[in-house]
Design a protein around this ligand. Structure first.
Ligand code: HEC
Ligand code: HEC
Ligand code: HEC
Ligand code: HEC
Length: 352
């Protein structure tokens, strides 16, 4: 790709601008607000991983074997981290919110934020203070005596208080990509932090991160089945595209960040175009690809890119509501194999 002095030149890929308005108008304008932004963890509502581990021992053990846990100790000693921090004018990595947002979990103590662990339970499942008692309380009864409708109401209440459950694929994925794309121009250009991970949701969630040991009572760390893998794969690609478009939208200078994010967006939509061909019975995928071409991958184009990303967000939510993966066997040959998973899943040991 050639550098140019013209800021409105595309940073990657080709464009069919003509589709822009047609597609945006075809989408409902309500409900796009709020769903798409992965909010930074509210430190005032964080209870910390030890509070979860009181009941979730197995899940906590799996977590302790992951990079997410280890970064707490290792990052401040990492020479590369010191260099990045220096370039950013940061003295103490663990107390600067810029690094803390993605590498740590901060908890409010005595009116001050304190980094209490690496990337922990609540970074993915939501800050727990307002739902921790509700989700585990069986509506004041027991697992046996709570009725079905009471259980449904309990989960609904827990979710309204910010709990992100295992079925909430879109929200779970938003959290992963919110960190793993590294949508921060200064950090990449000035700090020379890497411009995100070669992230893919199946391979990155089914290795060292896997901790499906609760409902098996610790007997088994249950991997995603074929249908869930298809959903993870598709939702992951969609969220990658959405996050990358927003990230390009923050680009204001023709430097590494802009190119890396534009390439990421372009790659995601090419993959999605292939996916759309493989499962033509899910028309929302082709619509996502079309929408991504409605805003040019150029500098200072935040408004158009955010609009495209909002539309894509809406389509992913539609997909998660409408499909369960059973009609998407066409994806199976594209989904990474266990040999490509990131790290090894912990074998379940004792009983929870
Ligand atoms: C007092 C014990 C207890 C504590 C503490 C606890 N949990 Fe749970 N958790 C449970 C129980 C019980 C269930 C299953 C409820 C059921 O079967 O209906 C559960 C289920 C879950 C689930 C699965 C939800 C789903 O989709 O089915 C997640 C995720 C979870 N807890 C996360 C956490 C996190 C994160 C924390 C800390 C912020 C935490 N839990 C603290 C007891 C606890
Ligand atoms: C937007 C989220 C985000 C922010 C903010 C962030 N990082 Fe990172 N960082 C990541 C991710 C994700 C990775 C893993 C990249 C990969 O897959 O290799 C990472 C990796 C690193 C690595 C390489 C780690 C290793 O073990 O090789 C260093 C060093 C690092 N970050 C330092 C920092 C410092 C210092 C700051 C604060 C100035 C910071 N990061 C802020 C998301 C972030
Ligand atoms: C990196 C993000 C992440 C972190 C950190 C994380 N979880 Fe999870 N958790 C997930 C995802 C994603 C799933 C669903 C995985 C799947 O279905 O394959 C899940 C599933 C679960 C479940 C359901 C397990 C089952 O048997 O089905 C429980 C319980 C849970 N997590 C609790 C915890 C606790 C407690 C911690 C901290 C010790 C934690 N999680 C840390 C992302 C995370
Ligand atoms: C709060 C930010 C954050 C969230 C949310 C997050 N990660 Fe991470 N993740 C990181 C950082 C930072 C690292 C690098 C840690 C290190 O090695 O220093 C990392 C590392 C990893 C690794 C290890 C990579 C390697 O190099 O081996 C895997 C796998 C991973 N993340 C998967 C996930 C998945 C799957 C999700 C969502 C379910 C997720 N992450 C959510 C920040 C995050």
């Amino acid at each position: 790709m050639r550098l140019s002095r013209h800021n409105n030149q595309p940073l990657a890929g080709a464009d069919f601008g003509s589709m822009r308005f047609v597609l945006l108008l075809a989408l409902p304008l309500i409900a796009v607000l709020g769903v798409y932004r992965a909010a930074a963890l509210d430190s005032g509502k964080v209870v910390g991983p030890n509070a979860c581990a009181e009941c979730h021992k197995q899940e906590a053990e799996a977590w302790k074997g992951s990079h997410h846990f280890k970064t707490f100790r290792e990052l401040p000693r990492n020479p590369e981290a010191k260099k990045i921090a220096e370039r950013m004018g940061i003295r103490r990595i663990r107390s600067e919110s810029l690094c803390v947002n993605c590498h740590y979990t901060a908890q409010r103590k005595d009116n001050k934020d304190e980094a209490v662990s690496g990337i922990s339970c609540e970074s993915c499942h939501g800050a727990g203070k307002e739902w921790i008692k509700i989700h585990s309380g069986f509506s004041g009864k027991t697992a046996k005596t709570e009725t079905r409708s009471e259980a449904q109401a309990r989960w609904k209440l827990a979710e309204s208080k910010g709990m992100i459950r295992r079925h909430a694929l879109y929200q779970l994925a938003k959290n992963c990509y919110g960190c793993h794309v590294v949508p921060q121009q200064e950090l990449v250009n000035k700090g020379q932090h890497r411009a995100g991970s070669m992230f893919e949701l199946v391979s990155w969630s089914q290795g060292e991160v896997l901790h499906n040991t609760w409902y098996s009572r610790g007997k088994e760390n249950i991997p995603a089945d074929a249908e869930r893998k298809r959903m993870l794969y598709l939702v992951g690609l969609g969220v990658e595209l959405e996050t990358a478009l927003r990230a390009v939208g923050k680009a204001t200078v023709r430097k590494a960040y802009a190119f890396e994010m534009a390439q990421r967006a372009d790659k995601a939509r090419r993959r999605l175009a292939a996916v759309a061909t493989a499962v033509p019975n899910v028309p929302e995928i082709a619509q996502m690809v079309e929408l991504s071409h409605s805003a040019a991958l150029t500098l200072n184009n935040g408004k158009d890119l955010a609009a495209a990303a909002d539309g894509i967000s809406q389509l992913i939510v539609t997909i998660t509501d409408k499909y369960d993966g059973s009609t998407m066997a066409g994806l199976d040959s594209m989904i990474p194999q266990p040999s490509q998973f990131k790290g090894a899943a912990r074998k379940a040991a004792a009983v929870n």
